[in-house]
Design a protein around this ligand. Structure first.
Ligand code: 6R9
Length: 635
């Protein structure tokens, strides 16, 4: 069904020099491999697994599953019976079997251009082992959860891999989150240790992480006793300290042995939990397991970035998000890649920082978010002209739909028209790319994530759950699992089934809308639920509403999304105040009487779209006029 035919859309074809030594050099090769992955998944994934180390081989098939709630519980299993270790596969295997010990795993580049270091695979291995021994000494055992609240410093990678080595389940909380969010995630995961840093500079702004971490622990009072802080001493002078439970990173690491036998885990043992926004407001602990996640992140990394041993790869995401987990840590390391690990932000100390770093490390593959591209576009081409970007071969985007204007600018101004742009669609839940071009194989249409990755079978459903063939628009769902899909919502399997499998039995429901064009290309049209995407970060309207109504002055709040030039979407909040004369009282009352607020109408008011259609279900349609007259322009 996926034929690339003549089209009115402008197509961008892969450059010849890229095709020459590419893993998947043309569209027919992609199609052949794709067919194999669906027709014989057992053989397809077995071949991928052969690259890795298995302490014990699998006794079950490569993939087993049930996707139909009407039949029974939802489950996915990959390589049942096999024993392995993620950390061994991404470090020891390369150092011991591939002789990659001296190869650079990460070029760490600090927030300030004066701070940088290179970390080889063997150095990484010994730091990870040390950290693993520290955690063990603190009593952390296989299956225990470790919360990590660290900025983009090497210690973050050491800690996550140390967890993987001893079979502890890491739960990384993005170091920009508040103490409330951190507290909620620590409590839900029931973590026994929290690893944090004293502080971090993001641009000019100092964030006192240890202080926020202390606040989070105070709020979760039941936890305080078992918490110990391992801190990385950076440049914050006054760090709050409790010698009863806090320990310094440097002190415990110094005396810790450099050898640590990996814990041999079952293929389906948990690897990590990562929280993602849920439409009810409470974040969901997305759980990924060892073997499937290893196979899927390593294979997507290899093919989507057409990885070669001499590449220097840079993903600008933060490891606190899934993009960092899969495409800064696990995927690149599993391939023995050299990556840039960047602590800073795109505009510090100047707006050419990204381009400066690309020149400095001769980056060949560059992966960032549309929001960053749109931000940098604002400064024009001049900041780019100071730097040599000729090392670049492939560009990637992730996190939200990319508008064709930003795509074009990325392709022309950054890639000089030489580099394919891989627009990768995926989710925390999918573990890795699910709709994506392959850079040497797929003709590109700006704004389309193009076609499914190997093993992924997408389809589009209408409201009644009927499959739509050919050109169509509706709900994006997947008919079967691939190895990297999430296994459950941590400690809440029912929520997992309800969120992703209830609406359309037999399918995994992404929550995204999607259009398939006449050439078979997939175009993500945005969320179909009450979720919105601000600067590539997913949040739920309910979550924001809950936060607003916590304020003592607020009676009610409704939040909708509105397009934003740089952030993609922004929040547009409708708030009614208690005992306030400023909002006309009638207006507030009318809104209350609506019961379920008509979000569609609020959204249109936010966007100043006057043609509202049928308003007959509203208690008082005049409210709408009043809201229009009080509209204010967002910054
Ligand atoms: C990887 C990541 C997932 C949601 C997803 C969708 C949006 C991600 C996209 C995209 C259009 C792309 N999204 N990539 N939309 N084109 N290439 O971002 O995970 O934080 O869980 O967000 O992001 O709406 O459902 P996550």
């Amino acid at each position: 069904t996926m034929v690339v035919t003549e089209s009115q859309d402008k197509m961008y074809y892969p450059p010849d020099d890229l095709k020459r030594d590419a893993h998947v050099p043309d569209f027919n090769s992609y199609l052949a491999l794709y067919r194999k992955s669906l027709e014989n998944p057992e053989a397809f994934w077995k071949e991928v697994a052969d690259d890795f180390f298995w302490k014990k081989p699998a006794t079950g098939p490569m993939l087993q599953y049930n996707f139909d709630v009407t039949i029974g519980n939802i489950y996915v299993k990959c390589m049942e019976g096999a024993k392995t270790n993620m950390c061994y596969n991404v470090l020891d295997r390369l150092v011991r079997e591939r002789n990659l010990g001296e190869k650079v795993a990460y070029y760490w580049e600090g927030n300030s251009p004066d701070h940088h270091m290179a970390i080889t695979y063997s150095q990484l291995l010994s730091q990870v082992c040390r950290c693993a021994n520290v955690l063990k000494k603190m009593g952390v055992k296989k299956g225990d959860r470790v919360s990590i609240y660290l900025p983009m410093i090497p210690e973050l990678v050491y800690t996550m891999l140390a967890c993987a080595r001893i079979g502890a389940v890491h739960s990384i909380v993005f170091a920009g989150f508040s103490s409330e969010s951190l507290c909620e995630r620590i409590m839900d995961a029931q973590s026994s240790v929290l690893v944090t840093a004293d502080g971090v500079y993001r641009g000019e702004k100092l964030i006192n992480l240890k202080q926020i971490a202390d606040e989070a622990l105070e709020k979760s009072n039941i936890m305080t006793d078992f918490m110990s802080g391992i801190c990385s001493l950076f440049w914050c002078v006054q760090t709050p300290w409790d010698s009863e439970c806090d320990v310094w990173w440097e002190e415990v690491m110094r005396d810790s042995p450099e050898e640590c036998e990996p814990e041999w885990l079952d293929a389906e043992d948990p690897l990590f939990i990562l929280y993602t926004s849920g439409s009810t407001g409470k974040p969901k602990g997305v759980l990924h397991t060892v073997a499937g996640y290893l196979l899927y992140t390593s294979l997507t990394f290899k093919y989507v970035f057409d990885h070669h041993h001499d590449d220097v790869y840079w993903c600008t995401a933060d490891i606190g998000w899934i993009t960092g987990h899969s495409y800064i840590t696990y995927g690149p390391l599993a391939n023995g890649a050299t990556s840039v690990l960047f602590e800073g932000i795109p505009v510090h100390p100047h707006v050419g920082r990204f381009w400066e770093i690309i020149e400095k490390y001769k980056v060949t593959k560059f992966y960032t978010a549309p929001t960053a591209i749109r931000l940098l576009m604002k400064y024009g081409r001049e900041p780019l002209q100071k730097y040599d970007l000729s090392s670049l071969r492939i560009l990637g985007t992730v996190g939200e739909p990319i508008n064709p204007e930003a795509w074009q600018w990325y392709h022309e101004a950054v890639g000089k028209g030489r580099c394919p742009v891989v627009d990768t669609f995926w989710q925390t839940e999918t573990g890795g790319h699910v709709l994506t071009p392959l850079p040497a194989a797929t003709p590109l249409k700006p704004g389309s994530a193009t076609f499914p990755f190997f093993g992924v079978e997408p389809t589009i459903l209408n409201e009644h759950g009927e499959e739509l063939e050919g050109e169509a628009e509706g709900y994006l769902v997947f008919r079967r699992p691939w190895p990297g899909i999430m296994r459950t919502v941590y400690r809440n399997h029912e929520r997992f089934e309800n969120s992703y499998f209830k609406k359309f039995p037999g399918f995994y429901v992404t929550g995204d809308g999607c259009r398939r064009d006449k050439d078979g290309y997939y175009w993500i049209t945005g969320r179909t639920d009450d979720m919105l995407n601000v600067s590539g970060h997913l949040m739920s309207t309910a979550e924001v509403e809950a936060a607003l109504t916590e304020h003592p002055a607020v009676a009610e709040a409704a939040v909708v999304s509105r397009p934003h030039k740089v952030k993609g979407e922004c929040l547009y909040c409708f708030v009614s105040l208690k005992d306030s004369r400023e909002f006309t009282h009638t207006l507030v009352e009318e809104l209350k009487r609506l019961g379920k607020i008509m979000r569609r109408i609020l959204r249109q008011i936010a966007r100043n779209e006057k043609d509202l259609g049928d308003l007959s279900t509203l208690a008082d349609p005049k409210v709408v006029e009043e809201l229009f007259s009080q509209r204010c322009e967002a910054a």
